[in-house]
Design a protein around this ligand. Structure first.
Ligand SMILES: [Zn+2]
Ligand SMILES: [Zn+2]
Length: 492
């Protein structure tokens, strides 16, 4: 659907450019940042048509056959050409966070120049940022040492290694060999992403190292069959107590979990809220409370995200709050995302807002016991803490003047722990510099909040990952631009 929409937008752009006779002069004569890239630049990008799934191609082709009837005559192209454009859009488009927070997770766009300069990594040091005027900015997530290659991620990083690799193979036509993907599973945060707990100690993850490389989709399909044969008789071992378990049994556990999660997720997408809630509850009861999956397993985290959304849709703030705490806590501890990552900041901001709204609701209660008053104060402090943490992350990842950053700064300034005569005199002007210097607040804040802050402080000082230190050749100019943007302020 996104690709169809994007292809239509590209056709419109092509039509308009043709009318204005805009031509690409190539990156040399091209003025950066002043105007959108002309359509001609997009035409130079590879379409990888033969590497797309055949069923997908057929569906796209017949969709465009129908859609062309509705376009103005001089803007029409053949379904075959439209499909080429769709393939190119599918291979070269980028997803990034919606600038205006309209409730979409992501928006999509094609940026020919950025594709030339930035490689993918599942442990990226940069992030795509959509600006309100439709431009794309690339910002570093932490201090990147001189000479390190700048990378961005083309996929959701909170998913198992094999899933990311398959997605990259299907959409980008390469088998990811980034630092995170090449590390032994036992040493990587990826062991959690589809991690199953040891039946004996219920602490360690069962590890089965799998190092197959595939180069195209046909091979991937063949590989799935081969893999089924290959795991017969093999064992996985607990990282903690060395207990062994047949891999086939682990595969069955995971299949069951994915199925249970999947049906709840479909219910959520179809807005069958009660079914979705029942589905997620059951899934968590079976796989989280009974300690079958590792707490940082991406399906568990995604189930809590589902419940967090359901709590909001069903007007059950308590459900949202308890699920939101799980989301933020597990997401940050899993190590799958950088502490400044916009995804994490998004959930931190949501959690902060939830705390504040629950506090406000409680304040409406006419006669408050001292216990209620204490709770309200605590919720306000926690809410403010999460908002500030999210604000600090966005300051780095999205930039000081980005609408989503400004939104949190304004919110943070209105948030004072009640009663206001307590520790903080005057408005919270220090919000920009500190989330930890206000000792009265920090002392009361929850431990996971503290842990998150510490993790982030550590990350900001993180030295380079040795493997990233391949010198950038072509990206020198782009690197300078991205670093320049970030110099305006690095946390602290
Ligand atoms: Zn990777
Ligand atoms: Zn064990």
């Amino acid at each position: 659907m996104d690709v169809v929409r994007l292809t239509l937008a590209l056709l419109a752009k092509r039509h308009l450019d043709k009318a204005d006779e805009v031509e690409a002069s190539g990156p040399e004569g091209f003025e950066f940042g002043s105007k959108p890239s002309p359509y001609a630049l997009f035409e130079d990008m590879p379409a990888h048509r033969e590497q797309h799934d055949k069923g997908w191609i057929t569906a796209i082709q017949s969709t465009f056959k129908e859609l062309m009837k509705h376009l103005p005559e001089d803007a029409r192209v053949s379904p075959g050409e439209a499909t080429n454009i769709a393939c190119r859009a599918n291979s070269e488009s980028h997803l990034f966070l919606d600038t205006f927070d309209r409730g979409y997770n992501e928006v999509i766009g094609v940026f020919p120049l950025s594709s030339m300069y930035f490689n993918h990594s599942c442990d990226p040091n940069c992030v795509y940022v959509g600006l309100p005027d439709g431009r794309l900015e690339i910002r570093t997530l932490y201090d990147v040492p001189k000479g390190a290659e700048l990378s961005v991620s083309y996929v959701d990083l909170l998913q198992p290694r094999e899933q990311r690799r398959r997605q990259l193979l299907l959409t980008r036509h390469f088998w990811c060999k980034c630092r995170r993907c090449s590390m032994p599973l036992s040493k990587s945060e990826d062991r959690f992403m589809d991690g199953i707990l040891c039946r004996k100690c219920r602490r360690g993850v069962m590890i089965f190292e799998e190092t197959k490389e595939v180069s195209d989709i046909d091979e991937l399909m063949r590989d799935i069959e081969a893999l089924n044969n290959e795991i017969q008789g093999k064992s996985a071992m607990c990282e903690s107590c060395a207990t062994e378990m047949p891999v086939t049994e682990l595969v069955d556990v995971l299949k069951g979990a994915i199925e249970a999660y999947g049906s709840a997720f479909i219910a959520l997408r179809e807005r069958r809220n009660a079914d979705a809630k029942a589905g997620f509850d059951e899934f968590l009861k079976k796989y989280d409370q009974k300690q079958v999956l590792h707490p940082y397993n991406s399906y568990l985290i995604n189930a809590y995200i589902g419940l967090m959304q359901l709590g909001q849709m069903m007007d059950e703030p308590a459900l949202s709050l308890t699920s939101g705490r799980q989301v933020v806590d597990r997401m940050s501890k899993s190590g799958a995302l950088s502490p400044n990552s916009p995804e994490l900041a998004r959930y931190q901001a949501m959690l902060g807002r939830l705390y504040i709204s629950v506090a406000k609701k409680k304040e409406e209660i006419p006669r408050q016991t001292p216990a209620t008053k204490g709770l309200i104060r605590r919720y306000r402090i926690d809410g403010k803490g999460w908002i500030e943490l999210a604000y600090n992350a966005r300051y780095v990842a999205l930039g000081q003047s980005h609408p989503l950053t400004v939104q949190l700064q304004q919110l943070s300034q209105t948030l004072l722990p009640r009663p206001p005569q307590a520790a903080t005199p005057g408005p919270v002007a220090e919000a920009a510099n500190s989330s930890g210097s206000n000792s009265a607040d920090a002392a009361v804040a929850e431990s996971s909040l503290e842990a998150a802050k510490k993790a982030k402080a550590k990350e900001n000082k993180k030295p380079t990952i040795a493997q990233l230190q391949q010198t950038v050749k072509a990206a020198a100019a782009a690197a300078a631009a991205a670093n320049g943007n970030n110099e305006e302020k690095q946390q602290e």
